[in-house]
Design a protein around this ligand. Structure first.
Ligand code: GLC
Length: 510
């Protein structure tokens, strides 16, 4: 089947996105923690790659029980990162470099330190009581992402409150119009400041049928599949209307942590009644590194999204999962992953640090920070080979063990590094075939993913060949020239020989 991605002019369809984990990106005040000043100073690292948009993980005031996904004030900046003035300078610099900025909004829950919850738990009569979900007894058997019950007794007022995540992250009650209005105001606050959109954390969870019958045990983390209810779609349509009321098209990208791609696709809404502009595709992140699995998941994505004219968002990692080099087992595999991510039809999201081929850090028990063990992929980015790697105040998490050789300066100085591969691929994406061309599988050996991308008028055509197995020969016909490759060699006619874990992007010489 040939698939033609639907494409109307929206900046986010053409952009490559880069996820910044701000605590680990760059440290401007040498206190061992990344911050907005550091990020602003190092923004050119991102824009020089050809990236056009950044998504910054939460930078709002937070007690940091869940790495900032526990927000105690939605309209401010955590002092660890700076303040609103530092943020404005960051945004201005990003825009000047041609980078759009997405913030990370966490609408399902806030921190137990948020004044809304502090007030709500002060008495059953609090004006904010109904902003959260209270019951005399746990209303269902839902569990959190740690596997513990999702209901905690509030001793003072004698009722249980719901928390899909940690007890320090009470769920907001989206059945209450005041909550809907308050989060709408948060969107406007940041849009008015000039942000270009939001990544919306676990957005599929905001509507809930709390008193419905207990669901059976779900295979994947607790109850989430059961939270996939119609009420949520209406709420998302409301958020989309707010985004739409601003000029320039502000993007809403949703984290919909579901594994049934047909269900995931419903979160795009329809062209007439839009919901999210893009929705992350988790089956890809969780795919084994095998051609058959990846092919099946790409097919499932395309067949779910194409009928809805929905635009795919591809990610192969984020701050919640081991890095590609660690997960897929080698730097060569991570290079192949770069080729895959940047040549599929849709918008790629690249997790900061992947561009230099970082591995997860080994984090000894005494230095662990995250309650569910995601520290390894959140380690600071080593900027150079010096003893502090560009972090003169130390680092809040240990660096990966190989930082002396795997760092930004080294990657820049090495023409065949994965960083230069990323740069080449991002430049290549400006070609019409890769930006908007059709997608069609090409018959290939078992461990090889091969696909063709072609513009409608057939004027531009590329072929992508990714070998996820041992060395193999795959001559795809005469006359294909290599325009990007994991080995770094380009310009030659393709011989059809692919070493183990290697990939090429091919073009027809014109
Ligand atoms: C999302 C975030 C994750 C966080 C969770 C709760 O899955 O990516 O880091 O722990 O939501 O907010």
């Amino acid at each position: 089947m040939i698939i033609h991605p639907s494409r109307s002019n929206s900046w986010w369809k053409d952009a490559v996105f880069y996820q910044v984990y701000p605590r680990s990106f760059a440290d401007g005040n040498a206190d061992g923690v990344g911050d907005l000043a550091g990020l602003t100073q190092r923004l050119e690292h991102i824009s020089d790659m050809g990236v056009e948009a950044v998504w910054v993980s939460p930078i709002f005031p937070s007690p940091m029980k869940d790495g900032g996904y526990d927000v105690s004030d939605y309209c401010n900046i955590d002092p660890m990162y700076g303040d609103l003035a530092t943020f404005d300078r960051f945004l201005e610099r990003a825009h000047a470099l041609g980078l759009r900025v997405l913030l990370d909004l966490v609408p399902n829950h806030c921190s137990s330190e948020h004044p809304w919850f502090q007030d709500a738990r002060s008495s059953r009569d609090s004006a904010f009581r109904d902003w959260f979900v209270w019951r005399d007894q746990p209303a269902n058997n839902w569990t959190t992402f740690t596997g513990d019950p999702a209901w905690t007794l509030d001793e003072r007022t004698g009722q249980y409150y719901l928390h899909t995540f940690l007890p320090e992250q009470p769920d907001l009650n989206w059945a209450n119009p005041d909550v809907v209005a308050a989060i709408g105001d948060v969107l406007r606050f940041w849009f008015d400041r000039g942000v270009d959109g939001f990544r919306l954390d676990v957005i599929h969870c905001i509507g809930k049928r709390i008193d419905a019958a207990d669901p059976p045990e779900a295979a994947n983390w607790g109850h989430c599949p059961f939270n996939d209810v119609d009420e949520t779609h209406e709420l998302i349509r409301g958020l989309h209307k707010i985004a739409d009321s601003y000029p320039g098209g502000r993007a809403l990208v949703g984290e919909v942590f579901l594994f049934d791609l047909q269900r995931v696709a419903t979160y795009y809404g329809t062209p007439d009644v839009p919901e999210l502009d893009m929705v992350f595709n988790f089956p890809m992140i969780y795919s084994p590194w095998s051609a058959a699995d990846l092919r099946a998941r790409i097919d499932a994505t395309m067949s779910a999204l194409t009928p809805r004219q929905a635009w795919p968002a591809w990610a192969l990692g984020n701050h919640d999962n081991p890095r590609q080099r660690t997960r897929y087992g080698s730097l060569d595999a991570a290079r192949c992953a770069a080729v895959l991510l940047l040549t599929l039809p849709g918008t790629p999201f690249l997790y900061g640090g992947e561009e230099i081929g970082m591995s997860d850090a080994e984090v000894p028990p005494s230095r662990r920070v995250d309650p569910i063990g995601r520290d390894g992929c959140r380690a600071p980015i080593p900027w150079d080979g010096s003893s502090d790697h560009g972090w003169p105040g130390g680092t809040w998490l240990p660096m990966p063990a190989d930082a002396e050789v795997v760092n930004v300066a080294e990657a820049l100085a090495t023409p065949t590094s994965i960083l230069h591969l990323y740069r080449t691929l991002i430049r290549l994406r400006r070609r019409p075939a890769l930006r908007e061309g059709s997608f069609e599988w090409v018959d290939s050996p078992e461990n090889v993913l091969a696909y063709r991308r072609q513009t409608e008028d057939e004027a531009d055509e590329c072929m992508v060949v990714i070998n996820i197995g041992p060395e193999v020969s795959f001559p795809p016909g005469a006359g294909w020239r290599v325009c990007a490759s994991t080995s770094g060699v380009v310009g030659d006619l393709f011989t059809g020989r692919l070493s183990a874990q290697s990939a090429v992007v091919l073009e027809r010489p014109r």
